[in-house]
Design a protein around this ligand. Structure first.
Ligand code: NDP
Ligand SMILES: C[C@H](O)[C@@H]1OC(=O)[C@H](O)[C@@H]1O
Length: 254
């Protein structure tokens, strides 16, 4: 028996990295899964192939979460295909590293639109559908350790992750009466496409790994279990919570 048997799970940014690992684990746990993605068709289709190989229904829907209409169309099309939505994992995000004093307005505004506005409208669209269904639901947002600590080249990014963390707290209050739980995971540094270039700098990579008490940077699959837990009925009395998944990096002052 799986943690998500018979559930319909929607995941944004499911083609690579954390979203992909969550999508495949959700299928392994018995769910049908719809993923959203931006442009990487091959990766999205191979994720769907893995979901189907696990005996579950899967589909990939292309769309920019930074565009306001994408949330409604993703949820509507996914629910049309899967019949319902029980869980949303709001995960899609970007982190174009850049220094603060000369931050291009387009980079700041695009990061806000994708990471924060995208999450807001996606959560709202899925929540409206869950309310119509009348059987509750679960929303898990992928925030970050960066909701709690800063980064010299992330001044445009860390506020979006603090915003997503805060969104889950307020949405937990707004949606509790409908039986919809809202929680976030706060990953530390996880090796994915988002930081492939940044961590190609071996000195930086070693420095980041050295502050992790568990002794290594994270893998996307390290997030799958915590996301499944929060999505599932095992977490039925958990809402408004934020779970650090960082190998202990946050608490490692000295
Ligand atoms: N990796 C890390 O160290 C950490 C990551 N996070 C967060 O995890 C989340 C996932 O990132 P991660 O797995 O690391 O990175 P990846 O780059 O591997 O994955 C990003 C995913 O988001 C999708 N995406 C990007 N922009 C858009 C958009 N505008 N509309 C729709 N989909 C989009 C990508 O689609 P496509 O492949 O088609 O471009 C891809 O599926 C992000 O929110 C990130 O902030 C949080 C803390 C740490
Ligand atoms: C992209 C970064 O490497 C990554 O994303 C975050 O949220 C953290 O700041 C990680 O270091």
């Amino acid at each position: 028996m799986g943690l998500l048997d018979g559930k319909a799970v929607l995941i944004t940014g499911g083609s690579t990295g954390i979203g992909r690992a969550a999508a495949i684990e959700a299928a392994r746990q018995g769910a049908d899964v719809a993923i959203n993605y931006l442009g990487n068709d091959d990766a999205a289709h191979s994720c769907v192939a893995e979901i189907k190989a696990l005996g579950r229904r899967g589909l990939a829907l292309k769309g920019d979460v930074g565009e306001r209409g994408t949330a409604e169309s993703f949820v509507e099309t996914a629910v049309g295909a899967l019949g319902r939505v029980d869980t949303l994992v709001s995960n899609a995000g970007i982190c174009p590293f850049h220094s603060f004093l000369d931050m291009p307005a387009e980079t700041f505004e695009r990061t806000m639109r994708v990471n924060l506005h995208g999450a807001y409208y996606m959560v709202q669209a899925a929540a409206n559908r869950m309310v119509e269904q009348g059987q509750g639901g679960s929303i898990v947002a992928v925030s970050s350790i960066s909701a709690l600590v800063g980064g010299e080249f992330q001044t445009h990014y860390t506020p979006t992750k603090a915003g997503v963390h805060s969104l889950m707290q307020s949405a937990a209050i707004a949606l509790g009466r409908h039986g919809i739980r809202c929680n976030s995971v706060l990953p530390g540094t996880i090796l994915t496409e988002i930081n492939r270039e940044d961590l190609a700098d071996a000195e930086k990579r070693d420095r980041m790994a050295a502050r992790v008490p568990l002794g290594r940077l994270g893998e996307p699959e390290d997030l799958a279990g915590p996301i499944m837990f929060l999505a599932s009925d095992m977490a039925r009395y958990v809402t408004g919570a934020a779970l650090l998944v960082d190998g202990g990096a946050f608490v490692n002052l000295q």
